[in-house]
Ligand binder design. Structure first.
Ligand code: NAD
Length: 476
């Protein structure tokens, strides 16, 4: 069984202890992942610290050019890396580009684009004030060493979101992938680190204890975390100890609100992918669907037809549109939420019963006759189950959408854009999509409010988030 390696200072690093990475579709062991020791974590941070001044001192144009080379490396290796994502994370290979089934090839295409965009954005010096007596310029400086902690749902794409803007701005990075999806990330970093100076991009691997050691290192200058609110709270407590700044991309429980004038047929496909992309294991999936009484049955019928039409299986098999869930823990959580809803009188319109056999397969599931307060509505299910909730009037829908303590995304569905925008502006969420859901873009800032976190990624704002302002104030 092959043991995969971390990359530290441009060199492979293995550890005495390892753990198995498994294919969620088959249970097959894919390889062994090192468990970084505390000393190895400290060494990775030390290396990143030592490499940072020279990396930051390079002309910006050089960092941009190197990151464009990184995009080329990702493109050249997109096939094997997409296979890693499918075998380790579970999503089907799918196609390339925004119009294709959003699987692993889509994820790799995203990695390429989310590398090119931050590599080509400008971070201009802002003029804050100028008159006859003074001139005040705001320059952007890197933080230093960024510690990045990634989740398992979009393992390579989220790693790229953390790595590339950080490097572009002159930071160096130590990243820890999720213990559920480490090999793909270690392989991607191994490949892209080949075109970067040694020490600029490093990995450590293992479970939460390794992540905890990384964020507790006082030489870390900023933490970028994407994952659950519970882990975010622990990391924020550690960060508070060292006064380390953080970006927190946490969980959500996005509401999608269908307005009474929507056409169920026209919105069904958008709603479907909004809820079920990556088997619902996406932070900004639609996780609660609010529909007016008048449209309830028609919307449910359209979604049911789509749920039943999507072939589910091993993501490596051609034609697969839906893969397994990534891990047993999440599968068990989803099973428990559906069983509880059923026991409380909800109607399981389709799906609900996992098939026998290997793999964490859970069928696409719609649940009706359910209301706010039910665990399936109030907790983040993070899986292929969508509760559909009736509402009385739009004020009622807005109040229901806003009642939870998270606010990542939300969506409003209507042909009347002004009416939809008016509802959107009342929703407590970092992004409100109109007639689409979860449609992130590398130029558009993305982040949560309330318990979904703080700080943004993507676009110029995302680049600024991995820098700190320095004012140069000149007397005239
Ligand atoms: P998780 O919080 O369990 O794990 C995330 C990472 O944190 C893993 O690498 C894990 O090893 C590490 N970790 C665990 N304990 C730690 C500790 N004490 N200190 C440091 N690191 C620690 O989350 P997950 O289950 O991998 O991901 C699913 C969650 O992530 C969902 O809630 C989802 O909504 C959220 N998410 C949010 C976004 C976003 O952009 N807002 C994107 C994707 C996923």
């Amino acid at each position: 069984m092959k043991t995969y390696a971390n990359t530290v200072n441009g060199r492979p690093v293995t550890s005495e202890r390892t753990f198995e990475s498994r294919n969620p579709a088959t249970g097959e062991v894919l390889g062994l992942v090192p468990i970084s020791t505390a000393a190895q974590v400290a060494q990775a941070v030390a290396v990143a610290k030592a490499a940072q001044p020279a990396w930051a001192a390079r002309p910006d144009a050089e960092r941009k050019a190197l990151l464009m080379q990184v995009a080329e490396v990702i493109k050249a290796n997109a096939d094997p890396l997409a296979q890693w994502v499918t075998r380790e994370q579970g999503k089907p290979l799918g196609g390339v580009g925004p119009d294709q089934v959003p699987g692993s090839r889509f994820e790799l295409w995203g990695c390429e684009v989310w590398t090119q965009v931050p590599a080509s954005l400008e971070l201009p010096v802002d003029l804050a004030f100028e008159d006859a007596t003074r001139r005040d310029e705001v320059h952007r400086k890197p933080y230093g060493v960024i510690a990045a902690i990634a989740p398992w749902n979009w393992p390579l794409l989220i790693a790229i979101w953390q790595i590339v803007p950080s490097l572009r701005a002159g930071n160096t990075v130590v990243i820890k992938p999720s213990e559920y999806t480490s090999i793909g990330t270690l392989e991607m970093v191994r490949l892209i680190a080949e075109v970067l100076p040694p020490g600029v991009l490093n990995t450590v691997s293992g479970d939460g204890t390794v992540g905890a050691a990384l964020v507790d290192d006082p030489r870390v200058d900023k933490i970028m975390f994407t994952g659950s609110g519970a882990t975010g709270a622990k990391i924020a407590a550690t960060a508070a100890k060292h006064l380390t700044p953080t970006t927190m991309e946490l969980g959500g429980n996005d509401a999608a609100i269908v307005l009474p004038d929507a056409d169920p047929k026209a919105i069904a496909m958008g709603l479907f992918w909004g809820a079920f992309i990556n088997m619902g294991q996406t932070c900004a999936c639609a996780k609660r669907l609010y529909v007016p009484d008048s449209l309830h049955d028609a919307v449910v019928a359209e979604l049911k037809a789509l749920c039943e039409a999507m072939p589910m299986g091993d993501g490596m098999a051609p034609g697969t549109v839906m893969g397994p869930m990534q891990n047993r823990m999440q599968f068990d959580k989803v099973s428990r939420l559906v069983e509880r809803a059923r026991a409380d009188g909800a109607i399981v319109v389709c799906g609900g019963k996992p098939p026998a056999g290997p793999g964490h397969f859970f069928p696409l599931t719609l649940v009706t006759n359910i209301d706010d307060g039910a665990p399936l509505v109030d907790e983040e299910q993070f899986g292929p189950v969508l509760p559909v909730i009736r509402y009385r009037d739009v004020d009622d829908a807005v109040a229901r959408a806003n009642r939870l303590d998270v606010g990542l995304g939300a969506s409003v569905w209507s042909p009347d854009i002004d009416a939809a925008r008016a509802v959107a502006s009342r929703l407590q969420a970092g992004t409100v999509w109109i007639n689409q859901h979860g449609m992130i873009h590398p130029m558009v800032p993305f982040g949560g409010v309330k318990g979904s976190g703080w700080g943004v990624e993507f676009g110029v704002d995302g680049l600024k988030a991995v820098t700190q302002p320095q004012v140069i104030s000149i007397k005239r």
